[in-house]
Ligand binder design. Structure first.
Ligand code: DSN
Length: 423
């Protein structure tokens, strides 16, 4: 991925709005000079950013290719069809809707398409790594539909498929959701599909976190088993902020109607173009190598952290993500995350399964390797990062120590150009 960018790329913003310009440039510097370990973030290519910031932002195109409610679609239909075709080919599904604004509305659309109001969603509980939109009570998905939530096993912290099956047969949900925001192990999508079939439920795979790994061949693929697949486009997939839904042909009409006019108005064709560029990039050998390296890096980071006495949920990782239980280190997640940020290492505090603490100040820290892998870091660098993390967690109250690590991290980061950056 090329990293060369003219520093003129924000010249218009600089002229028109120096305040916004300053904040963007400061954020840019922060992204360059820090080790970004939030597992749901990444660096898009400059090509993705250019498409997303292009003249397509000027358009309105409610409807779908060939069936728009606006004139002026001379080029938009070809664009959206091209992106749909790329999505179908990459994910091996019959139909693609590339209009969802983000993951939450996309999941809502799937439920709206496949479930009647009040029918039952079965998803992984939020405190066990699931997502709000998998039927958690405070989310619209837990208010407009009924929901039951499965949990991870109390000892292994892994999904217990026998218990998922028992719950599915007992509760008879209309849809079973696989996917999470803080689950460091592979999903057995074949098993989820089998359980859903046995229970007479639809199967939705929410692969938002791992879609980049799936297209790279670094994680099993849900396509043969799922009725619908939802993914955000900006995590391991490395596109702009957005989402898409892929589904079997029999659900295509219902999914399309649920997205528009059910939940959304005009699609953001500029974002759709950015997604299209990202999908083209994701179909390359370079991207496959990146996907495998993301996992190798997460394993190396986990191994070195374990070596240094960190307790890891499930003991390690199979994907891009590591969930640390900081209880044994006698530091709460929020304090650790703040100290790490001061030292230019950015992760996020996170609930761990069966966390005795409250979600706003939980016991865990969630980290991941997509961004550092995009910058070309490998296993050796992961060991270096783990050593810095250890130093920070051992010295959370020592501001001098944190600032010393912060300066080292800044110098280190300068050796790994981030795509699309001009500073
Ligand atoms: N907030 C996203 C994440 O960080 O995993 C999920 O919605």
């Amino acid at each position: 991925m090329t990293t060369e960018v003219s520093d003129q790329y924000l010249a218009g913003v600089q002229r028109t709005d120096p305040d916004i310009f300053r904040l963007i440039k400061e954020e840019e510097r922060y992204q360059v000079e820090s080790i970004r370990l939030i597992p749901s973030e990444n660096y898009t290519s400059r090509a993705v950013m250019e498409a997303t910031g292009s003249v397509l932002a000027n358009k309105y195109s409610e409807g779908y290719p060939g069936r728009r409610y606006y004139e002026g679609q001379r080029y938009i239909d070809d664009l959206e069809t091209l992106v749909q075709d790329r999505a179908k080919a990459l994910f091996g599904m019959a139909h693609a809707n590339v209009q969802p604004y983000s993951g939450s509305p996309a999941n809502l659309a799937v439920y709206m398409a496949l479930l009647a109001p009040g029918e039952k969603i079965m998803g992984l509980a939020l405190p066990h790594g699931g997502h709000l939109t998998h039927g958690w009570g405070v989310s619209a998905t837990g208010k407009f539909w009924t929901s039951v939530q499965y949990e991870v096993d109390a000892q292994t912290h892994r999904i217990d498929y026998d218990r998922v099956r028992e719950m599915a047969l007992r509760e008879r949900p209309r849809i079973i959701v696989a996917g999470a925001t803080a689950y460091p192990r592979e999903y057995d999508f074949a098993k989820f599909g089998e359980i859903a079939r046995e229970a007479g439920a639809y199967f939705l795979a929410d692969i938002s976190h791992i879609s980049g790994l799936i297209v790279a061949g670094a994680h099993p693929d849900p396509a043969p088993y799922a009725d619908a697949i939802m993914t955000t486009t900006h995590k391991t997939l490395r596109g702009p902020r957005g989402a898409m839904i892929l589904c079997k042909e029999e659900h295509a009409e219902a999914i399309d109607k649920a997205v528009f006019p059910g939940l959304q108005g005009g699609p953001h064709e500029n974002t759709i173009a950015g997604v299209g560029v990202a999908l083209k990039e994701a179909a390359t050998a370079d991207f496959r190598a990146y996907g495998h390296q993301v996992v190798a890096n997460a394993r190396a980071l986990a191994a070195e952290l374990r070596e240094r006495g960190f307790d890891l949920i499930t003991g390690g990782t199979d994907n891009h993500l590591v969930l640390i239980d900081l209880t044994g280190k006698k530091v709460i997640g929020k304090k650790a995350a703040k100290a790490l940020d001061r030292a230019n290492i950015v992760g996020n505090y996170n609930t761990i399964p069966f966390d005795p603490r409250k979600p706003f100040s939980p016991s865990g820290l969630r980290i991941g390797t997509p961004s550092v892998t995009t910058r070309g870091m490998k296993e050796e660098e992961m060991r270096r990062i783990a050593r810095w993390m250890d130093e920070v967690v051992e010295n959370v109250k020592d501001e001098d120590a944190l600032d010393r690590v912060g300066a080292e991290v800044r110098d280190f980061c300068r050796q790994y150009p981030a795509p699309g950056m001009a500073v």
